[in-house]
Design a protein. Structure first.
Length: 202
């Protein structure tokens, strides 16, 4: 699934030494405002460092701040914008090391929800119910860990058949997935490459 974020780097407004506001609007794929979407500015890392966050208002508008390094008009390495609301897919866009003069607010477009289905079995073949599935890294060129708060909000729980559907990330873009339960602990797959609807045996 192609996840779209339309960013005009001209939307970054340098205003002093310690703060660089970034304002914009979250919309859906029909250009309708989306209220209650979480927006994060973070640096790549494990876990990523969240610099600022906000939630879109009833008109889809939000305001976050960028780190002081952007005041020179350039984005530091590893700086990214994330947006998510349950019912849509995660959106991420890296800020490139290019000039960012003042201009209009950005528009963040949330793509429709993904349908990444998992079925989880115990070593003896029985379905594992109540297991938490956390897809917490996006694979796009390289791995981009999701902000912890975002990954937690997007986590899903398996049903009595051991199945759950991750709607935040498409299978093709999941870079790491964790399987968490009291019985089996915390197990993870890095560089996740299994096909959609595949069965995972713990």
């Amino acid at each position: 699934m192609l996840i779209c974020l339309c960013v005009s780097l001209a939307a970054v407004l340098p205003v002093g030494r310690d703060s660089t506001p970034l304002v914009g609007m979250v919309v859906d794929d029909r250009d309708r405002p989306v209220a209650g979407a979480r927006v994060y500015i973070s640096f790549d890392g494990m876990p990523p460092e969240v610099h600022s966050k906000a939630e879109s208002d009833d008109a889809g508008n939000f305001r976050v701040t960028l780190p002081p390094e952007t005041n020179g008009g350039f984005a530091p390495t590893g700086l990214a914008l994330w947006a998510y609301k349950p019912g849509w897919a995660v959106t991420m866009e890296e800020f490139r090391r290019v000039a960012m003069p003042a201009g209009e607010p950005i528009r963040v477009v949330l793509a429709p929800a993904a349908r990444s289905k998992f079925r989880v079995l115990a070593p003896d073949g029985r379905p594992v119910a109540g297991l938490r599935i956390v897809a917490d890294a996006l694979r796009r060129g390289h791995l981009h860990p999701l902000p912890d708060e975002l990954a937690d909000e997007a986590a899903v729980i398996t049903d009595r058949e051991g199945t759950a559907i991750v709607t935040a990330l498409d299978h093709a873009e999941i870079g790491r997935v964790r399987f968490i339960s009291d019985e089996f602990g915390n197990q993870e797959i890095w560089g996740y490459t299994k096909p959609a609807d595949d069965t995972i045996t713990l």
